[in-house]
Design a protein around this ligand. Structure first.
Ligand SMILES: C[S@@+](CC[C@H](N)C(=O)[O-])C[C@H]1O[C@@H](n2cnc3c(N)ncnc32)[C@H](O)[C@@H]1O
Length: 316
């Protein structure tokens, strides 16, 4: 596709709906999933061009102080567990809110994160933070399942006042059991925060309506908020959902040869060099799907993919 304006992209998209492609074409031998290192790079480009973290900042500002006010009341130490914490930016923001809401309280923060690069970056972030004197950190470089197994082998598991699983459940082995286990790790009056893509996001439409555009190299779960609340209902766990808008500027995905666009398509599909390895018809179908109004809108000539988030606060 040569360089096209957003209007041209949208105008051309309807022709493509008539193209039928069989699923077998979608996986050709040269197509492969992202390695952990490649995922780190693609995720970074997603964060740089989306309002994902700004959306979480808004939630932190508007809702978190009240949510955290009831945690660990009367205790001298508040125990926190981050699961799939990545490089820790969100964790530290939440710890600072806890410090503000419970001044003088000691915070014991444990982290379960399998990616060694993410763990190293998190440690570096902590080393450079001057305001975390009353906070201790323990990193477990493990998947959530490995952590669960270790705890079960020990026969006891520590209880936490606050556990968070932010944008990570897509990659766990068994979502219902993971939620069940970490919910059982909550202390009395503890809270579990799950942040996941909203049912109103472009991802939800892409996964529901345009699944056949996604290559089999994308090994994650296609789960959004309602999939999680269904699990919570079955567990009988009380919860409240907050919906927040967020967007991802994917304009470069439509510019042939653009390196940023290529990285974005890799993140969308979980596939290394998707634009260089996928059959042309698949590339066109995916770009077409991305332009549909249920996935994206246009703003000032840019294509903004809906990345709306759901914040689910679960009671112990
Ligand atoms: C999309 S990132 C989110 C990072 C961070 N929570 C944030 O919102 O910025 C997903 C994180 O989950 C981690 N992860 C992937 N599979 C996991 C698993 N099975 N158990 C725990 N964490 C996992 C990844 O390494 C990555 O750091």
């Amino acid at each position: 596709m040569a360089k096209m304006s957003v209007e041209e992209i949208l105008a051309s998209s309807s022709d493509m709906q008539s193209i039928f492609v069989s699923q077998e074409l979608y996986m050709i031998p040269s197509m492969r999933s992202l390695t952990a290192e490649e995922y780190v790079e693609a995720f970074k480009s997603f964060l740089d061009h989306s309002t994902e973290h700004q959306c979480m900042d808004e939630f932190n500002k508007e809702q978190m102080p009240d949510i955290m006010a009831g945690l660990g009341t009367g205790k001298s130490t508040i125990n926190v567990l981050g699961v799939g914490s990545g490089t820790g930016e969100q964790d530290l923001k939440m710890i600072r809110i806890l410090q503000a809401v419970h001044p003088g309280v000691y915070i014991d923060n444990e982290i379960v994160e399998p990616n060694p690069q993410h763990v190293a970056a998190y440690k570096e972030l902590v080393n450079q933070a001057p305001d975390l004197q009353n906070v201790s950190f323990i990193w477990h470089q493990l998947t959530s399942l490995e952590y669960e197994q270790q705890m079960k082998e020990k026969g006891t598991h520590k209880k936490f006042d606050f556990i968070h699983m932010i944008q990570m459940l897509y990659r766990v082995e068994d979502i219902p059991n993971t939620i069940k286990f970490f919910h059982s790790c909550l202390d009395h009056h503890g809270k579990l925060l799950i942040i996941i893509l909203s049912d109103s996001s472009g991802w939800a439409s892409l996964w529901k309506k345009h699944r056949d555009c996604l290559p089999a190299t994308d090994s994650g779960h296609y789960i959004t908020c309602s999939g999680i609340t269904e699990v919570l209902r079955r567990l009988g766990a009380q919860h409240r959902v907050y919906e927040l808008p967020s967007g991802w500027d994917i304009t470069e995905c439509f510019i042939e040869g653009d390196p940023l666009g290529g990285l974005m398509m890799d993140f969308l599909t979980g596939t290394k060099n998707f634009l260089g390895t996928a059959p042309a018809v698949l590339r066109r179908r995916l770009r077409d799907a991305l332009c549909q109004p249920e996935c994206s809108s246009t703003r000032d000539g840019r294509v903004i993919f809906s990345n709306n988030l759901s914040m689910i606060v679960v009671e112990s």
